[in-house]
Design a protein around this ligand. Sequence first.
Ligand code: ARG
Length: 460
Amino acid sequence: SVDKPWGGRFTAENDQLAEQFGASINFDQQMAYEDLQGSLAHVQMLAHTKILSTEDAAKISQGLKNLMQQLKDNKLTFDVEYEDIHMNLEMLLTKQIGPVAGKLHTARSRNDQVATDLHLYLKNRLPLIQKALHQLQQTIVAKAADNVTTLMPGYTHLQHAQPISYAHYLLAYYQMFKRDAERFDFSQQHINLSPLGAAALAGTTFPIDRDYSAKLLGFSEIYANSLDAVSDRDFVLEFLSNAAILMMHLSRFCEEIVLWCSYEFNYISLSDAYSTGSSIMPQKKNPDMAELIRGKSGRVYGHLLGLLTTLKGLPLAYNKDLQEDKEGAFDTVKTILPSLNVFNGMLATLTLNKANMSHATEHDFSNATELADYLAAKGLPFREAHRLVGELVLQGIKENRSLQDFSLDELQQQSPLIQNDVYQALKPEIAVERRNSAGGTGFEQIKKQLAVAKTELEQT
Ligand code: ARG
């Protein structure tokens, strides 16, 4: 036999490169805490069901707690020779408490153990993500509350469409991040399933109590089927997919920040704290953080696609391929948390060039719908109004004039329905104010949206 936890039926050592290639300790040590957490619950269950004596269980529990403390103090060292975090910790436990450590693995396999660890890993990190999302939503709402009457062009096709309030724009992102938070909430239902006790794939002959260990770990239910329990990584896919959608939202927001702090737009200025300079061009101030967050969406999408691809051809139950589930998940957590936090700081500290934003709504024909609506409200069929205003726009472009620059005489030649009150209707702030349909950019509607958002944030 060879000197491995599974060495009994072997006569020769592993090839060194194969051993290193197969080892996961370099990355799965990130869930060392969760592995100890899972083992503690497992040994408590073994004592509760009298599968182990109280005495043995107490020794093992104490050993595990010591390891937890040493982990906290950064005193544990791991070895590729023991392949993964599970066997490394078992070996360290054996060093501490002797052969009784070998009883910990009764009625358990690394297959249900690793699945349990990964469930715990995500379960333990979800609150951090929710907290960061909540802070970002608070920043958005606070900025929106300060800018209800700040005007900007609303775009479609990146062409000026209709004027809107900057608060309305911000609150659109509030809604996206609210759905992101909801998705992470929903995902708990599947993260909170306990695979522990599924053993290798088929369950165990020992009289274990899976509900007991599940409860100790804070899981709400156990997997109903042991084959599914050790093969399922849907909960990781859901996490990655939620993270990918979140990064997509951040990335769109970042794209606008990058555009808007350009010379051409000049709607916003980033704080120096979130900008960088150039090593050659002295005048430069670059929106690096926004670009980097936009760029990091790529790796998170990659992790989702990577795991989907890893899983798609796997026969039940455990296959070593499943070891590839972890690095992407860990990296995703490590990407979305700082992305959210850096974005939050960047948004909170950026300043608006309000004059430029509202100036951009004034001579851009984005009040053309206003004139068409004005005529339609006076009885002209909207299609006819649209054509008539379109012709005026064409003339305005040729003569370099805006709609409000036409004299009442000129306008009345186009339609006698037009009266002097038209100039009021053509003002951007009036255009915004009057869009008071539910969910619209009208100031009253924005105040409603803000009030709802504030209550929502207080409740979560
Ligand atoms: N390091 C392994 C993984 O991450 C642990 C499970 C090993 N199980 C097995 N049957 N080889 O998937």
